[in-house]
Design a protein around this ligand. Structure first.
Ligand SMILES: *[C@@H]1O[C@H](CO)[C@@H](O)[C@H](O)[C@H]1NC(C)=O
Ligand SMILES: *[C@@H]1O[C@H](CO)[C@@H](O)[C@H](O)[C@H]1NC(C)=O
Ligand SMILES: *[C@@H]1O[C@H](CO)[C@@H](O)[C@H](O)[C@H]1NC(C)=O
Ligand SMILES: *[C@@H]1O[C@H](CO)[C@@H](O)[C@H](O)[C@H]1NC(C)=O
Ligand SMILES: *[C@@H]1O[C@H](CO)[C@@H](O)[C@H](O)[C@H]1NC(C)=O
Ligand SMILES: *[C@@H]1O[C@H](CO)[C@@H](O)[C@H](O)[C@H]1NC(C)=O
Ligand SMILES: *[C@@H]1O[C@H](CO)[C@@H](O)[C@H](O)[C@H]1NC(C)=O
Ligand SMILES: *[C@@H]1O[C@H](CO)[C@@H](O)[C@H](O)[C@H]1NC(C)=O
Ligand SMILES: *[C@@H]1O[C@H](CO)[C@@H](O)[C@H](O)[C@H]1NC(C)=O
Length: 350
């Protein structure tokens, strides 16, 4: 009897072995690790009912948890905690456990502290959004310190948004390795230094937004001339200087070009007339000299043209009368002479 029972127990143990094995596979490790991270987070409405499903009693349904999506092999592929009023850090997030993560979105929360360099472990990431909320001041992430150079290991990144934080390094040249990037936003931080020339490798960029930082240096021809897919280039509110490269005229997909509130000097390049899809051209608050190029009259899609607060001279070109979509034309605080061209009378939307 005694022996039988022991054998029975032994058999029970054997049949439990596969179970024990499953508990050591990745999905459970991932679940436990997410709970550990969650326990270090807080929310203005704690406990955040939104994350109730993240619990030890619910370990086996990881793929059904709020804000989580999985691959076919039941490992986590997406974490989307955007706009959940969460306060916390990434200190306890175990990056090495999530090699198949493709989407990581923490935007619009109250995260703070550094972006750990272990983020380079997320080598499948296509979307990384750690941005603060750009529209609601109170709901800001405050990631601080440097952009880790390991970001260059995220070779499949397409969307990178680190805007509206307190990052204060220069851009690591390794970012130029992320050649699949289409959307790059680093706006509204304290980033500084010159743009690394390696960014010229980002040939797929559609949107580049670096506004409201402390960047310096020139926008060199070699930097911009590969960015031929760009639709939106926002470099405003920095300390960029030197002349505006004529090569910007190569970016023929551009619809939005904002270079205002910088230290740009020299003339407005004629080549801007090549940007026939342009809707918005903002060059105000710089030190631009010379005449307004006639060629701007070729920008027939232009809706907003602001060249104010520069040192422009000469007359207002007749050709501006061809900008029939124009809604706003700002030329104040320059040294322009002569009469307002009659052709402007045709701009009925102004
Ligand atoms: C996830 O939810 C679906 C339906 O909501 C359910 O059919 C499925 O069994 C759940 N899976 C787990 C592992 O809990
Ligand atoms: C990652 O995904 C692949 C294929 O989708 C799978 O074979 C592999 O086990 C996953 N690795 C982890 C650690 O989840
Ligand atoms: C992150 O989530 C927010 C809110 O849902 C969304 O607006 C944003 O587009 C997402 N970020 C990316 C890069 O997809
Ligand atoms: C992965 O993360 C570990 C720490 O969790 C770190 O030591 C390692 O350097 C990281 N690897 C990469 C490629 O970033
Ligand atoms: C950048 O921010 C970190 C964290 O806030 C701070 O410790 C560091 O001194 C700052 N570095 C610079 C150069 O401002
Ligand atoms: C970039 O994306 C393409 C397809 O969209 C893919 O084939 C390629 O492997 C990606 N490159 C990298 C470095 O991930
Ligand atoms: C454009 O990118 C290629 C590699 O992707 C690089 O070799 C070349 O130097 C870049 N062009 C310029 C003008 O920087
Ligand atoms: C602008 O277009 C003209 C032809 O319309 C071309 O000759 C010139 O090279 C172009 N300039 C730039 C910088 O793209
Ligand atoms: C205004 O437009 C009409 C037709 O679109 C054109 O004939 C005329 O020359 C234009 N007037 C000026 C002053 O450019």
């Amino acid at each position: 009897m005694q022996l039988k029972t022991t054998a029975f127990h032994y058999m029970l143990l054997l049949s439990a072995l596969p179970l024990i094995k499953t508990t050591s596979t990745s999905p459970e490790k991932q679940a436990e690790s997410l709970i550990k991270w969650k326990d270090d987070l807080s929310s203005s409405s704690w406990p955040p009912s939104l994350l109730n499903s993240w619990s030890l009693t619910n370990l086996n349904s990881l793929c059904n948890w709020t804000a989580i999506a999985c691959t076919k092999t039941n490992t986590v592929s997406k974490i989307d905690l955007s706009n959940m009023q969460i306060t916390g850090t990434l200190a306890l997030f175990d990056f090495s456990l999530f090699p198949n993560l493709t989407h990581f979105n923490l935007s619009g929360n109250y995260f703070r502290g550094p972006i750990p360099s272990a983020i380079g472990n997320l080598s499948r990431l296509t979307t990384l959004d750690l941005s603060g909320n750009k529209f609601i001041e109170e709901s800001q992430n405050q990631f601080s310190g440097p952009i880790p150079p390991s970001i260059g290991q995220l070779r499949e990144l397409q969307y990178l948004d680190l805007s509206a934080n307190s990052l204060n390094s220069s851009i690591p040249s390794e970012l130029g390795l992320c050649t699949n990037l289409t959307h790059l936003s680093l706006s509204s931080n304290n980033l500084n230094g010159e743009l690394p020339l390696s960014l010229s490798n980002l040939k797929s960029l559609v949107q580049l937004d670096l506004h409201n930082n402390r960047f310096i240096g020139q926008i060199l021809p070699s930097l911009v001339s590969n960015w031929t897919e760009l639709v939106s280039l926002n470099l405003q509110q920095n300390n960029f200087g030197g002349t505006i490269s004529a090569e910007i005229g190569l970016l023929t997909q551009l619809q939005y070009l904002r270079l205002y509130s910088n230290e740009f000097s020299g003339e407005i390049p004629q080549s801007l007339g090549n940007l026939s899809k342009l809707h918005v051209l903002y060059l105000f608050d710089n030190h631009l000299t010379g005449e307004i190029p006639q060629s701007l009259g070729k920008l027939t899609q232009l809706q907003l043209l602001d060249l104010s607060n520069n040192h422009l001279t000469g007359e207002i070109p007749q050709s501006l009368g061809k900008l029939t979509q124009l809604l706003g034309l700002y030329l104040k605080h320059n040294h322009l002479i002569g009469e307002i061209p009659q052709s402007l009378g045709n701009l009925s939307g102004l």
